[in-house]
Ligand binder design. Sequence first.
Ligand SMILES: Nc1ncnc2c1ncn2[C@@H]1O[C@H](COP(=O)(O)OP(=O)(O)OP(=O)(O)O)[C@@H](O)[C@H]1O
Length: 459
Amino acid sequence: MQDKEDLEPTREVTLGPDHEFRFEVEFNTKVSIKLQKGTAEIFGTELAVGVTYTFSGRKAAVYTWHGCTLEVKGQFLVEYTANETPMTSYLNTHLALEQIRQNAKQNQDLGPRVLVIGPHDVGKTSLCKILVSYSLRQGGSPIYVSLDTTEGSITMPGTVTATCISNIIDVEEGFGSSATTAASMGSSTMPLAYYYGFESPAENVKLYKLVTSQLSEAIRSRMAVDEECRNSGFIIDTAGLIDNVGYDIIQHIIQDFNGNNISSSYHTHILTFFKKKKKKVNVLIVLGHERLYSDMNRIYGSSQKVSVVKLSKSGGVVERDRQFKIRLQRTKIHEYFYGTPKCELSPYSMLVNHDDIKIWRVGDVIAPSSALPLGMDSSSNETQLVKVDNYDMCLHSILAIINIDQTESENRILENNVAGFIYVSDVDEEKRKVTILSPSPGRLPKKHLLMGSFKWMET
Ligand SMILES: Nc1ncnc2c1ncn2[C@@H]1O[C@H](COP(=O)(O)OP(=O)(O)OP(=O)(O)O)[C@@H](O)[C@H]1O
């Protein structure tokens, strides 16, 4: 039987140079776009002529530098053509970064370390995609760092991740697809991830800073041994950070992504290299927020070490309501276990004994300082690990499997990265067993599991 989509009529959309076709599609509908003539790209990734790309639950734009003709099919929620885009300023930013990369190559130096900040929904992730794709198209291999825990652009929501981008970003599925599926299959290309477990950095600032510090340390080690990544630098995507907590976190990130506290176990020459070249963030891009730009300029503008750049928000960026974001999170979790339409996966449902695993969560409900006994600091329990003995609490939770050896102290759980994720689908307190959904069969690779605030219902 033919799909409903197959019966839809096709339409032609012609775009002039520097124009874009903006569209929105709902989760339960599918649309397709085919480039017939000319050149076009979606967030920096070029479309191939004659290939049909299918989209569902997406808001995006097909941009062309030189003009093109598209064949589109299906029911779009929104579709229009725009002739005003900030793409020229984005391209100029890329060219400036490329100049730093060329200098880095010639002088055995570090490539650009870019931090993109701005309020929610101004196109930070889209700009990062564009900058990463353009670098890749010029033969670079930059590290994409996602500190946006709401979205989980690379893997599960609640994680901070770093991925060395060496393949083109999938046009249909975006950043995460290849990494998600690779992660589920236990491939070595799994992104480096640390589990924060909450949606917003403001929910537990101390823990957020701790996991970002761990990530920056890991990136340092990667850059120390990988010349290609070292020359290409990294691009950090953030969540909307514009209030006081946000400013504190921005300053922490800028300080933290540096080479000062490199671990003493490294080879001496690498150590010397990093000591000489401070690996701090050196390009700060402020997207779509005048006050934030002015404040950052005041703090960092006089410093020779950080260039503060202001870029404007694209008129196409769509504000996504809470419901859409929750839907995106659910889709991400579903993709982790079941894959994407292009690469379907079959997860395994297994029974695990209580005694074979240890589940942890971080901190108690954080009380305001006024409610605590005299002399006690409310931040002290923000990174305190608490063992979960009542497994009913974990029902429908996503748990991160922490990559920590049996021999290591449990206190070091938060310092270790994530080996994978499982979902708790059932709990039997009487028989002391839990039913889990796991992307791979057999025993869990590690015993320690970290629980965050993310719940999911398999549908
Ligand atoms: N030019 C454009 N045309 C149409 N849609 C766009 C365009 N640029 C971005 N979008 C869409 O707008 C939405 C918001 O963009 P994006 O995720 O890049 O913003 P953000 O600032 O990273 O958001 P967050 O607050 O989640 O960090 C996304 O769905 C993105 O695909």
